[in-house]
Design a protein around this ligand. Structure first.
Ligand code: FUB
Length: 337
């Protein structure tokens, strides 16, 4: 493999991790890293932070300047991460008006798919897909968002048989609280404290990866007693889910938003319910916390972001990486940022 182990942008060795990790690309404010190995090379698809001078609010208005994505990769062992530049600008997406938030990517059918959320001209988040012949693009967006999707933070998971599933959803600015059973109602909000929390959505994709093959369903996350996590519980799902498989078991990990954790649960069925298992990442500098988990170069990695380099400006973030380990019981060892 040509995946590197960085010094200043390179992947850290487990032993050589410094107490303060450096941004993978110091001169790029980027966030929401989605890491994949395509054709033996590690790629990290990231959203692109820009300060548009927009006011801070609970709907993430200050993230409104995000209009494109970037792609990071490594060329040589021990080399630095390289920014391959902008991918897919909002102006190139016929249905989108702005808010190009957390993306993900997938490979199938000899092509590469970039899944992304964006707001339509009515300010409603939808999820789109763009297709390329190479992992680096150029990506061409489908003319319409994926029917049946809404909210944001898509993640595409390929199961062992090659079937792809799309997970998505995020609260507050991500608008998931507006929906019940795929239907929006302005009267809907987050459940009352103590009621079952809202989970992310999941649906199988068609083989072409451009449409849902079934209506979406809610992914239920339960506690150790099998009871759904409730609104008000600091472990409940907020946004930014990721799915990976380890030792034959599905791992769902997610950001808890206002309690600033990355948590995870496991399931034997991809659709869940997922049983809460623990904390992947303790709070970072900055309000949002986001991640992906990937096996590359012979070990597991956590890609995440924080706002340390900008002095804690929530919408000016940097992408980082840390080694991720499992116990013999398959528990993820909690990482300190
Ligand atoms: O980067 C914009 C939004 O902030 C993402 O979609 C969320 O996951 C949070 O990181």
């Amino acid at each position: 493999s040509d995946i590197s182990t960085p010094e200043g942008g390179a992947l850290p060795t487990a032993e050589g991790t410094s107490s303060v990790r450096e941004p993978l690309v110091p001169d790029l404010f980027a966030a929401d890293p989605s890491a994949h190995v395509f054709d033996g090379r590690l790629y990290v698809y990231v959203s692109h932070d820009q300060d548009a001078g927009l006011p801070f609010d609970d709907e993430g208005g200050h993230f409104g300047g995000m209009v494109d994505y970037h792609l990071l990769t490594w060329d040589a062992p021990d080399g630095a991460a390289r920014d391959l530049g902008p991918l897919l600008h909002v102006d190139d997406v016929p249905w989108a008006a702005g808010h190009m938030w957390a993306p993900d990517a997938a490979a199938a059918n000899g092509k590469y798919y970039l899944f992304f959320p964006a707001k339509d001209p009515d300010g409603v988040f939808r999820i789109g897909v763009a297709i390329a012949d190479h992992p680096e693009g150029p990506f061409v967006a489908e003319p319409e968002p994926i029917a049946g999707t809404y909210s944001m933070d898509p993640t595409a998971f390929a199961d062992d048989d090659g079937t792809h599933y799309l997970f998505w959803g995020g609260l507050w600015g991500g608008q998931l609280q507006r929906y019940r059973d795929d239907v929006a109602d302005p009267a809907n909000g987050v459940p009352a404290v103590g009621e079952p929390a809202l989970g992310p959505r999941v649906a199988r994709l068609t083989p072409e990866l451009t449409a849902l093959a079934e209506p979406s369903r809610e992914v239920v996350i339960v506690d150790e007693d099998g009871e759904p996590l409730t609104e008000g519980d600091p472990r409940r799902f907020f946004e930014g889910c990721w799915v990976h498989k380890y030792d034959g078991r599905y791992y769902l990990s997610w950001s808890t938003g206002d309690s600033h954790l990355i948590c995870y649960g496991t399931a034997d069925d991809l659709y869940g319910p997922y049983t809460y298992r623990g904390v992947v990442l303790t709070p970072v500098v900055g309000w949002t916390t986001q991640h992906s988990i990937v096996e590359a170069a012979g070990r597991w990695w956590l890609f995440y972001h924080d706002a340390l380099a900008s002095g804690g400006v929530h919408h000016m973030r940097s992408v980082k990486v840390a080694p991720l380990d499992y116990t013999a019981d398959g528990e993820i060892v909690t990482i300190e940022p």
